[in-house]
Design a protein around this ligand. Structure first.
Ligand code: ADP
Ligand code: MG
Length: 430
């Protein structure tokens, strides 16, 4: 297949300039199939594994359209010209950052809205007018109901991670938004999803204009640069095994997935006690803190991130070298999402899974879904002897009792002094 260069697409100069700044030269496989269609205004329902450049696909389409087309008649500052709906706050933030980069040489106003923080600040930003509005369903609907913006002059709508919208119960909200857009043939709609399942396609056919269904790759749906392996292990061996592997591979940027958030604290605490710089990304951690933990991880201040599926969906951090399925996911699709955190955009990575007695039941489904079996590794019992914790009082970033525990550790000595009861001390007489 002919691989196109961005320079062949005749994009507006200000857009081409930001693409150059980002260092993109060739289109990725998804982009190569999708962009010729989307740039000509067609509706597309696209499937692609994580890290294949879907975000840039819809953002470039939006910028190209907004820069080359007049706004609809009657459009005011209250009418965003493009709207992007994404299921999680992290994803909205990430799309917003990508949009700022691609829109750097334009005057288009980008606004992101998501729950958890800055309600008034996000609301006020509408007063300045918005060209590209990016948000989670909840906040988008909230501000819509408060008449901060209107959808009836929108020219392009994007639904990102559509399958996840169903999983998270957002589908009513999505339909609410879609019904307020101009008629399906008077605007462009793009939908992206890890899987184009029946329910996703039903939504697509209902609200899109005869969408072209595209799939970047057939067959093997996991990223090709990932080396997978699997250890059969007992529950109580999982921590020692993890610590052994982290040491063995000298992991500098790793993500560790757990199925239930309460186990996250336990795993993270142990890792901290063995001297790893670790943070937790779970729904329990406050939004501001999650954003900070994520940026600390991106910048390398944190070496490991313990995460649940919900908290980590769609986020991307470059150069994640290792992904650990500390718990084998119960849902086969999540296996693909998790290991897709590594080997993004053509690089390579390692994905190691633990099959314990509790979660090994998901394995046949996973292997059927990825259409290959995961190579099994064996190990010497000795390696599980990991020694004593190097820092028995350490806590992980994002732990619930982290602040209190850290404070306590700091003041421990003062604490002891204050609590000393002098009268119990036998008075020494000289
Ligand atoms: P997806 O949404 O498919 O999971 P992203 O759009 O987040 O993937 O892209 C993953 C990474 O690939 C990002 O870091 C992005 O900057 C990079 N990328 C996207 N398109 C290109 C391209 N054409 N050339 C090089 N890198 C790209
Ligand atoms: Mg994406």
């Amino acid at each position: 297949m002919h691989i196109t260069h961005f320079s062949e697409l005749n994009l507006p100069e200000s857009l081409q300039q930001s693409i150059d700044d980002l260092g993109y030269t060739e289109l990725t496989a998804v982009q190569n199939i999708a962009l010729p269609l989307t740039l000509s205004g067609k509706d597309v329902a696209g499937q692609g594994r994580t890290g294949t450049g879907k975000t840039a696909t819809f953002l470039i389409t939006i910028f190209n359209h907004l820069l080359t087309t007049e706004a609809k008649k009657g459009r005011t500052l209250k009418h965003p010209r493009a709207v992007i709906i994404a299921p999680t706050r992290e994803l909205v933030i990430q799309i917003g950052q990508d949009a700022l980069k691609l829109g750097k040489h334009t005057n288009l106003r980008i606004h992101t809205v998501f729950g958890g923080v800055d309600y008034e600040k996000q609301r006020k930003a509408f007063d300045e007018g918005v060209d590209i509005l990016i948000g989670t369903p909840g906040r988008l609907i909230d501000y819509h109901k408060k008449h901060c913006y209107q959808l009836n002059r929108t020219e392009i709508m994007v639904l990102d991670e559509a399958d996840r919208m169903f999983d998270l119960g957002f589908i009513k909200d999505i339909r609410f938004m879609l019904r307020r857009l101009p008629k399906y043939h008077e605007r462009q709609a793009l939908l992206f999803s890890a899987t184009l399942s029946h329910r996703v396609m039903e939504l697509a056919y209902e609200h899109m204009n005869n969408p072209e269904k595209i799939q970047a790759e057939e067959g093997d749906i996991t990223a090709s640069g990932i080396t997978e392996s699997l250890y059969h292990t007992g529950m109580e061996e999982k921590i020692p095994l993890l610590i052994h592997l982290l040491r063995k591979y000298n992991v500098s940027r790793g993500m560790i997935f757990i199925n239930e958030k309460r186990d996250g604290e336990k795993v993270a605490r142990q890792l901290a006690r063995y001297g790893f710089k670790v943070g937790i990304l779970s729904g329990d951690v406050r939004q501001k803190k999650r954003m900070r933990i994520l940026s600390d991880f991106s910048e390398g201040k944190l070496q490991l991130l313990v995460a649940t599926d919900v908290a980590s969906r769609g986020i991307h951090v470059d150069h994640v070298s290792h992904v650990f399925n500390y718990d084998l996911p119960e849902d086969a699709e999540n296996y693909v999402h998790r290991i897709g955190r590594t080997a993004r955009a053509g690089s390579t990575g390692v994905a190691i899974s633990f099959a314990c007695e509790r979660f090994c039941f998901g394995l046949p489904d996973i292997e059927a879904y990825i259409k290959h079996s995961i190579p099994v590794e064996y190990l010497d019992e000795d390696v599980l002897d990991i020694g004593a914790p190097t820092d028995p009082k350490a806590t992980a970033d994002g732990m619930k009792h982290e602040d209190r525990a850290a404070k306590y550790a700091e003041n421990k000595d003062d604490h002891k002094k204050q609590n000393r009861k002098p009268r119990r001390r036998p008075a020494k007489k000289s």
